[in-house]
Design a protein around this ligand. Structure first.
Ligand code: ADP
Ligand code: MG
Length: 583
């Protein structure tokens, strides 16, 4: 006897609903999608008990006539596409025709809607419980649409059990609204919870202003905007490069054609773009808007439309990474705002005044007729000898502190400390990258090949990325079991524990998975290699060595080691003056 049965309709719709609606925030997201697709520019959301008891969305969009209002809760009913070919030309947020049907199946739904036609006074009311229409009649209502979703999951108790506290569910709703608000700055969004107003994003044509409103006070005035484009993709991005970071990925946002998406490729690309500018555990603040030809993305890969698939993910990845990298590395002087420019001007003025003081002091000394007052002035003059211009004088090493830091004098008489190990790491990294760009990394063959004892996971990660590892100058050979043999290393590496080095490389590259971006893997390995060269903290450096290290570091234009720790710290001259109560 056969054991396969076709499921009854009400079970099918619950299964389908389960894919679309996971929690109250998913309902909010679908209602927002619909309101935006309807052209609304004012959307109000009210949630009761974290949206578990009731969610109401009111919009001023195009509304529906009686016929459409009747159809909209049917499964696969949509006004947005009509053929499969349209799936690759989606410009709306919705297109599956499933959301309202799914929501209706698992809640008590009420829709009041009227098209914005001055001649029409009557709108339509639809009331449904668990997808069954209870009421359907004409009624007077304002133009636009008001949808309330009550008692979510009242007929799916198993789902109810997975819901979290009101506060947690409310938080998810607020997140959904924040990301929609970032995507649509021309729309006014407001959210209230249990009757009290909680969020309100005013309509603004200005994307930067909207991002500042959503991400919070601390990013105000520190967003750097950039635009890039290449075949079929254009990118408008905002990043914070002042060093302000988050401890989670919460302020990394990506929008593809106005749709907020969670996407590993984009996430990875942004992190790789920031690469060595982040310390471990710190995540950047980045908001990226991609406009992509709909023909080269598939939006139909996730029931809640949270994901998209790119026809050429590798290309999108590299484009985004390169764009972010460029934005992050543009010299700060090129991007600083008026305030910063004024500050630099003031510093230069102070320097010039200081120099004037020194000259005076010297003349006084030379001429041997200084007053005590003049002498006091001259003895506190600390400016560099010689007439190098202050703006490009570069760093002048003064000495070594604790055999770990190089103490320098910087532009405008700033006090600059350089961590010699971090600087050395950065130089090694840049040198390896330079060799790689020239074609090959200089290699040194080992007289006695060294065996690495690895865990199965380490082994599989290393084998997966063998190609990238060999690009960095290593030569590896499987030796049976969990053993690999190292036959050659990059010459720059010197005498280090290869066992430790490869454990570290396995840890670093395991985060990459196996998608396309060999360059990141290579860069990461180079950073590990640079870090494993002989540690130089504690080494005595001669003046010439210091000067060479400082000069080389300056030439790289980089102020961080490849892992993102600062290599240089600058203490403003004004700060030093303050210590001595001179300011
Ligand atoms: P989809 O958005 O994928 O088309 P939905 O189930 O979300 O599917 O909505 C079905 C249809 O109902 C939409 O295509 C649209 O025509 C109509 N609709 C839903 N919400 C609104 C709204 N707020 N204003 C106007 N029309 C709406
Ligand atoms: Mg929809």
């Amino acid at each position: 006897m056969g054991t396969i049965k076709i499921l009854p309709d009400h079970v099918i719709s619950k299964i389908a609903a389960g894919e679309v609606v996971e929690r109250p925030a998913s309902v909010v997201k679908e209602l927002l999608d619909n309101a935006i697709d309807a052209g609304a520019d004012v959307i109000e959301i009210d949630a009761i008990c974290g949206g578990k008891k009731c969610i109401t969305a009111v919009d001023n969009g195009c509304g529906m006539d009686a016929e459409d209002a009747n159809l909209c809760v049917e499964r696969h009913a949509t006004s947005k596409i009509s053929s499969d070919a349209d799936l690759f030309n989606v410009r709306t947020l919705g297109f599956r025709g499933e959301a309202l049907a799914a929501i209706a199946a698992i809640s008590r739904l009420k829709i009041e809607t009227k098209i914005s036609d001055a001649n029409k006074l009557e709108g339509t009311l639809i009331v449904a419980d668990g997808g069954i229409i209870r009421e359907n009649r004409a009624m007077g209502c304002p133009a636009g649409t008001r949808i309330s979703v009550g008692d979510l999951f009242y007929n799916v108790p198993a789902r109810q059990k997975f819901l979290k506290s009101d506060g947690v569910e409310y938080g998810h709703i607020a997140d959904v609204i924040a990301s929609m608000a970032l995507a649509h700055s021309g729309v006014r969004f407001s959210l209230s919870h249990d009757g009290s107003p909680r969020l309100s994003y005013h309509r603004t044509g200005d994307l930067r202003g909207r991002i500042e409103d959503v991400l919070g006070e601390d990013v105000r005035n520190s967003l750097f905007e950039f635009m890039e484009s290449c075949d079929g993709i254009s990118l408008r991005g905002f990043v914070v490069k002042s060093g302000l970071t988050r401890s989670t990925t919460k302020d990394m946002y990506y929008f593809v054609n106005g749709r907020p998406v969670k996407d590993r490729i984009l996430q990875h690309a942004v992190l790789a773009g920031f690469e060595t500018f982040l310390t471990k555990g710190a995540f950047p603040i980045a908001v990226l808007y991609l406009d992509i030809d709909p023909a080269i993305i598939d939006v139909n890969v996730h029931p809640a439309k949270r994901e998209v698939r790119f026809a050429n993910g590798g290309m999108v990845h590299d484009f985004v990474q390169a764009s972010v990298r460029k934005a992050v590395t543009i010299k700060s002087t090129q991007i600083t705002g008026v305030g910063e420019a004024i500050k630099r001007f003031e510093e230069r003025r102070m320097w010039d005044e200081g120099r004037g003081t020194r000259d005076e002091g010297r003349r006084t000394r030379d001429e041997g007729r200084g007053t005590s007052d003049e002498r006091r002035v001259s003895s506190f003059a600390i400016f560099p000898e010689g007439d190098s211009s202050p703006s490009n004088a570069g760093l002048r090493p003064l000495g070594q502190l604790a055999r770990t830091y190089i103490v320098c004098e910087g532009d405008f008489g700033d006090l600059v400390l350089i961590d010699q190990h971090a600087a050395h790491e950065r130089l090694g990294f840049e040198e390896l990258k330079r060799q790689l760009a020239k074609g090959v990394i200089e290699q040194q063959r080992l007289l006695i090949p060294e065996q690495l004892k690895l865990t199965p996971k380490e082994l599989s990660v290393l084998l997966e990325h063998l190609h990238a590892i060999e690009k960095t100058g290593f030569e590896l050979e499987p030796f049976g079991g969990e053993t690999l043999v190292v036959k050659a290393c990059p010459s720059l590496l010197g005498d280090v524990s290869l066992q430790h080095l490869f454990e570290k490389i396995a840890e670093e590259v395991s985060a990459f998975g196996s998608f396309g971006a060999t360059n990141d893997v290579v860069n990461n390995i180079l950073a590990v290699v640079a870090c494993h060269r002989q540690v130089r903290a504690g080494d005595f450096l001669s003046h010439e060595e210091m000067a060479a290290l400082v000069r080389d570091l300056e030439a790289t234009g980089s102020s961080h080691c490849p892992h993102g720790r600062p290599a240089i710290i600058t203490i403003n001259r004004a700060e030093v003056l303050k210590w001595f109560k001179r300011a």
